[in-house]
Design a protein around this ligand. Structure first.
Ligand SMILES: NC(=O)c1ccc[n+]([C@@H]2O[C@H](COP(=O)([O-])OP(=O)(O)OC[C@H]3O[C@@H](n4cnc5c(N)ncnc54)[C@H](OP(=O)(O)O)[C@@H]3O)[C@@H](O)[C@H]2O)c1
Length: 309
């Protein structure tokens, strides 16, 4: 009851409209969040997409005094800096940054190249951390601000055929944890939203390497890994109750919460994996998860001289 009273009290008195910047709004969680933010007149919002997808945002949304559509490729330092400069001139700076844009490589470690690793890390880690650096001076000076990084269950647990994606989310998690200490004295909150499997089409946007693409990887030492993991992941996504809309609602809740926690598991499986990781001793964790993977005990057979004990 008291919460409600404070909520309405704050609502009636609030004239300040926080400036929110969100990346990767052309599909999935980003698009769902953009739709929700568009409805809330209390915020000034910049939704962004890469050049290739910007038309789609213009088709779906109407720009207004408080709602802007801009091009942003998170991997491009110039693109990041020129947008932040434009917003600084117009509205002073960014109060809430949502690092949502991300890509997913499906590949075993051996099938990645340096260029693939760089593409994965630059989109999911170097780009977001570059944006954080660009928005921090304004937030620090104001003594308030929020950085919301969309992480993943892959930031808690690794999965075969997704090593590089896992590494990018572990990097995002590690940086955010350090940043939490650095920004707490400055009044800036850092939050990691950690979705697990989401009922969406995003598995269709998976990136393959030259060696991991289905035409190449359907034979050879890792063929069973891909043949089992790809349908397994797609099935878990289809079975999931979580949708991009539900994650978008959770992100809105984080925006509205005074002091959100650093880690927020965002789906049911994310809670389960969080507790499995905490409760199971490491020596049992890996064999247990390996046992749960489809067909894993047969992976690599015929391609190694390893003897079964
Ligand atoms: N879906 C899941 O099951 C799941 C689970 C856990 C975590 N997540 C995380 O949630 C976030 C959103 O994922 P999603 O499922 O909504 O994926 P999605 O539908 O594939 O959307 C990803 C968005 O990122 C954009 N993007 C890619 N590269 C970019 C770049 N260089 N610069 C700017 N934007 C770029 C894409 O734009 P284009 O259209 O231009 O490519 C797209 O709008 C990601 O960080 C992902 O890792 C997703």
């Amino acid at each position: 009851m008291l919460h409600l009273w404070y909520y309405f009290k704050r609502k009636t008195q609030q004239t300040f409209k926080p400036v929110i910047l969100i990346t990767g709004c052309s599909s999935g969680i980003g698009l769902a969040t953009a739709k929700q933010l568009n409805k809330i007149k209390d915020y000034r919002v910049i939704i962004t997409a890469r050049k290739e997808s910007i038309k789609m945002l213009h088709d779906k949304f109407q720009e207004s005094e408080r709602f802007l559509i801009r091009t942003l490729d998170v991997t491009d330092e110039k693109s990041r800096n020129s947008l932040i400069q434009e917003i600084s001139k117009k509205w002073g700076g960014i109060n809430i940054l949502i690092n949502n844009a991300g890509i997913t490589y499906r590949s075993v470690v051996e099938h990645m190249t340096d260029a693939d690793e760089f593409a994965q890390m630059t989109t999911n880690y170097l780009g977001p951390v570059g944006l954080i650096r660009a928005v921090l001076p304004y937030m620090r000076e104001k003594g308030r601000g929020k950085i919301i990084n969309i992480s993943s269950v892959s930031g808690m647990l690794a999965m075969p055929t997704m090593a590089s994606y896992t590494a990018s989310k572990y990097a995002l998690e590690g940086m955010s944890e350090a940043l939490w200490y650095e920004t707490k004295p400055l009044g800036i909150n850092v939050t990691l939203v950690q979705p697990g499997f989401i009922h969406s089409q995003s598995f269709k946007k998976v990136h393959y390497t030259e060696y991991s693409k289905p035409e190449e990887s359907s034979s050879g030492p890792y063929s069973d890994y891909y043949a089992n993991m790809t349908p397994f992941i797609e099935k878990l996504m289809k079975l999931s109750w979580a949708t991009p809309d539900k994650i978008a609602k959770l992100i809105l809740k984080v925006i509205r919460t005074e002091n959100p926690p650093l880690w927020i598991p965002a789906t049911f499986d994310a809670f389960i994996f969080y507790y499995i990781r905490r409760i199971l001793p490491r020596r049992l964790l890996l064999p247990f998860l390996f046992w749960a993977l489809p067909g894993a005990r047969k992976w690599g057979h015929g391609y190694t001289r390893k003897r079964d004990h």
